[in-house]
Write a protein of this length. Sequence first.
Length: 185
Amino acid sequence: MKYLIFLLILSLSSNLSTNYQLSKKAFAIVEGEYEKSHIRGHVIFKQLNIFNLHVMVHITGIPSKLGPRLGFHVHKNGILNPLANTTVRCESAGPHYNPLNRPHGNISSWKRHVGDYGNMVVHNGTIKAQFVDRLTRLHRPFNIIGRTVVLHEREDDLGLGADKNSKINGNSGPPIACGMIGVWS
Ligand SMILES: [Zn+2]
């Protein structure tokens, strides 16, 4: 009997690991034009286990007049209008990814859009950050592959503002760069 239970647990755990190993890594090439600046970079995603996604962000060329903190989110769709200018191209990714229909918030809160990554710190025109998120994933539920990371012009108020937009987009302003998330391996 003990042996049967052991076999059952073994088969369940191997099923789980098979299901969750569809994609372990994903990436996005981030690009945008802001006035005369070319903003360029990449985001690398690694699924550490079923609940923890490691996110590494490296973006350069951010104009000195922006920052020091800029809103950064996963938006619902892929880039539907790839040949348009930065604003139209990035806005074609739609609103923040919000499958749980919650208000906008900070990455550290449970009361947030799944796609809410909060703010990225800009230093000398560069964002170099890494963090672990427990909601966005490279598998179901909350799979972000095929969706879009978007960097915004202003600081995200993390849903703490008094106006209606604070609960929708954190008043982080128009997009300045974005990139669609694709499978790496
Ligand atoms: Zn949001």
